[in-house]
Design a protein around this ligand. Sequence first.
Ligand code: GDP
Length: 334
Amino acid sequence: MTSPDIADLAIRVMAGERRALARAITLVESTRKDHRIQSDELLQRIGRDNSVAAPKSLRIGLSGTPGVGKSTFIEALGMRLVARGLKIAVLAVDPSSARSGGSILGDKTRMELLSRQSNAFIRPSPSQSELGGVARRTREAIRLVEAAGFDIVLVETVGVGQSETMVSEMTDIFTLLIAPAGGDELQGVKRGIMEIADLIVINKADGALAPVARSTMSDYAGALRLLRKREGDPEGFPRALTTSSVTGDGLDEVWAAITELDAWRRASSHHTARRAAQSRLWLSRALERGAVEMVTRHPGVAGALRDLEADVAQGRLSAEAAADQLLAAFRAEE
Ligand code: GDP
């Protein structure tokens, strides 16, 4: 793509043209060097990172194990939001597609109703080989969908690996979807995830599962009360709720809780502080990646690295001493 093509693409994205948006996301997802240069130009044209500058959008992280009802929930909630005139974009982060080439999320048949709405945009997970790359691309995709006028950006992930933490680090509110189950199940949810969740939603609270869902909710509500009070939480949060994505029961309450928390955080400056902290975090991560790449690719270091790695692996040298030697070699060559 030439520079005028990119300028044109930027204009179309900002006009909310869906095909242009899809193309733009494909461009930022590409790892090809020329594409990276083009996507940097595109993102420049789209405008400054509006994380802090234009904090109108609401970014919601949603996680849950396969089968818990994520797509059903997003479809049902999304249809309600679209009916209220909101524009919703759904982005997926699927660590399984990176690892095995297979995907738990992101197949095209999901969220059929929602995907047909002109005010909804659904994008499956990029197939990248490592989570660091996925993070960058997802953050760039968030910028693109926001530039295209989507007010609500929902970033969905499966409850495996590091992806939940990563998604919580790029969203304003993090929601965990859970299936109704006996008390033992609570033990299965990692404490770390409980600590990052703003809302725990027990899905499938319908039919025979409704009473189980209610008792699961009380268990989680109890567990949440035991957690250390976090800065940026008003009274009553983190909160546990029940819903049925099939009957729609409880969905309005989930949305009310999300908007209540969001409004409180915006009014109390926690929203801006969180986005600013996230931007600093991603800057330091990008810098770390860049620095490691720069040092390890350096001709004076690359060979020594292989030898020192072997020494470290066999315990002949400490990891810290090896790093010091490599950094010294890098500085000497500069
Ligand atoms: P995902 O893998 O987390 O995206 O889960 P899906 O949305 O594909 O749902 C998995 C299964 O659970 C499907 O058969 C859904 O119909 C069912 N399901 C999802 N939400 C509900 C719910 O609220 N109640 C009931 N009874 N079933 C549900």
